[in-house]
Design a protein around this ligand. Sequence first.
Ligand SMILES: [Zn+2]
Length: 241
Amino acid sequence: MKNVTIILLGILLCVPVFGMNKEPNVPKQEKNFVVCIDPGHQAKGDNKTEAIAPGSTQKKARVSSGTEGIGTKKAEYEINLEASLILKQLLEEEGITVVMTRENNDVNISNAERAQISNNNKANMTIRIHCDSIDNSEKTGATILVPSDTSKYTQTIYAESQKYAEYLKEALTSKGIKVNGIFKREDMTGFNWSQVPVVILEMGFMSNWNEDKMLSSPEYQKKLMEAIVDALRIYKNSSED
Ligand SMILES: [Zn+2]
């Protein structure tokens, strides 16, 4: 009986020790990496206003309905969601936790509310998916937007956002997709309310006949989304070093 008691005591004493020793061996990849995907716009814009930043008196429409294809006449919010759902699937295949701000078009979620979804989920990165449009049908290519480094609202999230944006630019370029550049923006409600790193990918110009058609193609959407995943993989690994 005495030996059994000693063995039992031994086991009880060893369990916490093993438990503690186990911790450093947990592979870093098992850490929960959360990406929030925000498919830009929604079926019906909402012109009611909201503060452009926390505590700001400057206001902007809660959310606009976006642009539409010059040839396809397809709405931007539809393409944004199609591409975002592809991205969701690709990221989940990588074992990344995905939070979506919306999964259908018939919603009413403002840009500030979308940012708060990322904040509440403590996302490691927010990817906002959009399409561009300009009064020049020649203009093509993807464009990356990041929060400003000088705005008091986004100073703390600028560096990580910019770091990811650079990986994204590289990933897109290496897939043969033209990138117009990385631009800092102070005027975006969705950036100013964000407490986590965030970028917007403007996938291309719906005001260009050819790019408009390409943006509707599931194959081209997938190519763009794969670049986002490639860049996230590099970003995630670099953050774990
Ligand atoms: Zn847009």
